[in-house]
Design a protein around this ligand. Structure first.
Ligand code: ACO
Length: 352
């Protein structure tokens, strides 16, 4: 079986920059609080009603296709990871296909809902299809427009200061070279804490039973029967919630675990990692993981300071920037890893 390699990378971030001071105009927060706890200094927000997750994804995808030196007509499988799809359904994959102008090819489009781990999950799925020889040019996209669905009042500040908008994409192809490309991927999930980092409305539970007490449904019976109720809107229940400290504690345990499992499988150690690109969840999480894995600063890439947490887009955006900055060279061992809502987590080791 042939390994898959990343043949092209693309990214897109909106022009409009919001600094921490800008956010403090909408809510009670400060540059000091955000910087100290998350490392984030600024993020990008897309232009409302002009951009969506799929339009940003399409821009990143076109760049990845150009950088891979192929034509968009060569794409035989689309995988789109996002938690902020344009529509409730269908997923963003078919919208991207239409925007790229390749609907006539009728290639499959798969939508991935694994939030912060979406890109690593997508990579793992795409890798299996390349290995079996089923597809030869897979377009994997991660894109998010968080700004449309967050609570920018003081009530939502513990979540809304963390996230930003953007998109990243890669083209995956089989490689002829032995020992190159994606060496291994590992993905996991544990739904015990599904609601602790979540946006549970709108949903088919209709407000009736899931987490009724914890998430403060005022009158479950009255709310039942429809996805979105006026009461959900009035009570601000259409925004994400996060139990930050539980996320932090679990993330710093699962990141090293899944990275070490990957390293063990291929007979390497963290010393062999040329560059670790973690999902850009929170700079403090990345620093903690770096310490646990005993990695030097030069072995870790972070850009959350500029973009905030862009969920499924964060790894491909960082990968693009690291590559452009000359931090990824032929033969390097690149380690990607993510942890997020679900909880879901995963890792990938790539011999570049
Ligand atoms: N600005 C100012 N004050 C704030 C803000 C804000 N943006 N948000 C919360 N606060 C206040 C709280 O109201 C609270 O005030 P109180 O003591 O008067 O009640 C105080 O700050 C402390 O709140 P905590 O939630 O306990 O703050 P904590 O130190 O845990 O930091 C944080 C919160 C940054 C979310 C932290 O828990 C964390 O880093 N968690 C990891 C989660 C994470 O990074 N998720 C990323 C997304 S998920 C993913 O990608 C994996």
């Amino acid at each position: 079986m042939k390994n898959s390699k990343i043949a092209g990378i693309g990214y897109y971030v909106p022009d409009k920059i919001y600094t921490n001071d800008d956010l403090s105009k909408f809510m009670d927060t400060s540059d000091e609080w955000i910087t100290e706890r998350t490392g984030i200094k600024e993020r990008r927000f897309a232009e409302k009603h002009k951009e969506t997750s799929s339009t940003m994804g399409t821009r990143a995808a076109q760049m990845a296709i150009d950088n891979a030196g192929i034509n968009k007509e060569d794409i035989d499988f689309i995988v789109f990871a996002t938690l902020s799809a344009d529509y409730y359904f269908p997923g963003a994959g078919v919208l991207l296909q239409r925007q790229l102008g390749i609907t006539h090819l009728e290639a499959p489009a798969l939508d991935i809902r694994n939030q912060c781990s979406g890109f690593v999950y997508g990579l793992s799925v795409a890798d299996q299809y390349i290995k079996t020889g089923k597809y030869k040019n897979i377009l994997l996209v991660g894109a998010e427009m968080h700004s449309m669905g967050m609570d920018f009042t003081t009530n939502g500040r513990s979540v809304s200061v963390i996230f930003g908008d953007g998109a990243g994409a890669v083209v995956l192809q089989p490689t002829e070279e032995e020992g190159r490309g994606i060496l291994t991927t590992h993905i996991h999930s544990n739904g015990t804490h599904a609601e602790e980092l979540a946006m549970i409305n709108p949903g088919s539970h209709g407000g009736v039973w899931l987490g009724t007490e914890k998430f403060g449904y005022p009158d479950a019976e009255e709310m039942g029967g429809v996805f979105v109720t006026q009461k959900m809107l009035d009570d601000g229940l259409l925004a994400p919630n996060m139990t930050g400290q539980l996320v932090f504690k679990t993330a710093v345990k699962k990141f090293p675990e899944v990275i070490n499992a990957a390293l063990y499988e291929v007979g390497l150690t963290s010393k062999d990692i040329s560059l670790f690109i973690p999902h850009q969840a929170n700079l403090r999480i990345s620093q903690f993981v770096q310490k646990l894995l005993k990695l030097e600063d030069s072995q870790v890439y972070n850009n959350i300071q500029k973009y905030g947490n862009t969920t499924a887009a964060s790894i491909p955006i960082a990968l693009y920037e690291a590559f452009e900055e000359g931090k990824i060279k032929d033969g390097d061992l690149i380690c990607l890893a993510a942890f997020g809502s679900g909880f879901t987590w995963g890792s990938a080791l790539i011999r570049w």
